[in-house]
Design a protein around this ligand. Structure first.
Ligand SMILES: [Zn+2]
Length: 243
């Protein structure tokens, strides 16, 4: 199959993994895309990061009464729109792991330029069922690329899902999303977070409740600080830059 596939790929022009348009081979060389990923020039040029002073936001816009981490910071260099909306859909529904690796490298480069530091990177886990269905956890794939860029270790096993949550995108209201995620995570018992600065990684942030819940669990386990690091999202309340 490999030889046949190689022969076919010589005959057929490459198509962009995100929009499906013809991808120029020279673009591929310029960007050193991983695996079999192809991106067209249009898609590459749609990846415009927020200005540096707009990348740090509040994880929850309205902290609730008794919130132990009301000022949990969130690093979000891209808006969840345009290219990123299309790309995240390709990662999830076409199960495109090469694209997730590429997005992780993009996030890693920006986080490195912005001098983000920490002791441990913790990806938001997927439910066992969804991970089996997709074959990989995109948050973990992105976290591992961030790890290489920042030279901070990833610990995939720290957070565990305590119960299956409904798909976030199936829920419309903010508060139903919040109650759906409540108590969704627990800390794996063999880990001690005391004194560690934790970077919690996900692909997209919508309401911020998922990251905040994970932050609370790690905070109560003794973490010195928790911050969310995501590729893209729709949070908007500005926060100070912690680094
Ligand atoms: Zn494209």
């Amino acid at each position: 199959m490999g030889i046949l596939k190689d022969a076919v790929s010589l005959l057929l022009p490459a198509r962009c993994s995100v929009c499906g348009r013809l991808a120029d081979a020279s673009d591929r060389l310029k960007t050193e895309l991983p695996g079999e990923l192809e991106l067209c020039f249009d898609c590459l040029s749609r990846m415009i990061p927020e200005d540096k002073d707009k990348r740090w936001l509040l994880c929850l816009s309205n902290p609730y009464i008794g919130d132990p981490i009301p000022s949990m910071p969130l690093y979000m260099p891209f808006k969840y729109e345009g290219f990123f909306k299309d790309a995240i859909a390709s990662v999830k529904f076409k199960k495109d792991m090469d694209l997730a690796v590429f997005l992780g490298r993009v996030l890693g480069k920006l986080a490195q330029e912005d001098n983000i530091t920490g002791d441990i990177i913790v990806p938001i886990p997927l439910s066992h069922e969804r991970q089996t269905e997709r074959g990989f956890n995109q948050a973990s794939v992105i976290a591992h690329e961030l790890s290489k860029a920042l030279r901070i270790p990833v610990m995939d096993e720290i957070l565990v899902r305590t119960r299956d949550t409904l798909r976030q995108s199936e829920l419309k209201m903010d508060d139903s999303r919040a109650s759906n995620i409540k108590d969704a995570f627990a800390l794996s018992p063999e880990w001690d977070m005391k004194g560690n600065r934790i970077l919690i990684v996900d692909d997209v942030v919508t309401t911020g409740h998922t990251l905040h819940e994970a932050g609370e669990v790690l905070h109560y386990a003794g973490a010195q600080s928790v911050a969310g690091i995501v590729l893209c999202g729709n949070r908007y309340v500005k926060n100070d830059e912690p680094f």
